[in-house]
Design a protein around this ligand. Sequence first.
Ligand code: HEC
Length: 156
Amino acid sequence: MPVMAWRKLLLVPVIGLLTACSDPVSQVAADPEVVTAAAAVQLRARSGEMVYQHVCMACHATGVNEAPKFGDRAAWAELIEEGYGILVYESIKGEGMMPPRGGDPSVTDLEMANAVAYMVNAAGADFVAPTTEQEVQLMLQKAGQEIHEHEDDGTH
Ligand code: HEC
């Protein structure tokens, strides 16, 4: 059954630990190897590729609501100019038709930074994702200040 297979591959690693006692899906993962893999994923931030495939691809693969498409250099060029921090900040807060965190509140700030680097680098950027949550928070703080300064002088 393709649906069950999908749930086993994606859902269990993502929320398996949080719902280990209550969610029947996680009982599929009684296999110790699967449980170990789920634990490893839970402790470390999900990779940009993983978040992209699980969340962002739904819109950014085909350009739903004019989302800039994966790998489309022309569509991303101006956004890349804004800078990595600003793009991560806006994709967390939401921007126009882009829902906050792509609509999945379980994606952490660090995972959003990973996803933006993965997706936008495929369109020609060379963003280097932070490795710690603290680094991400510093980057977001700076981006927030930049955005507010622009708003204050009316250039936003
Ligand atoms: C429901 C559809 C949808 C999903 C899911 C989605 N996006 Fe988007 N995204 C959009 C749309 C539409 C835009 C264009 C927004 C605009 O400019 O008004 C956009 C724009 C962006 C931008 C550019 C923001 C800017 O400054 O204009 C980034 C970065 C981005 N998305 C990252 C992501 C990441 C990372 C994910 C996955 C975690 C994701 N998106 C998931 C629809 C989506």
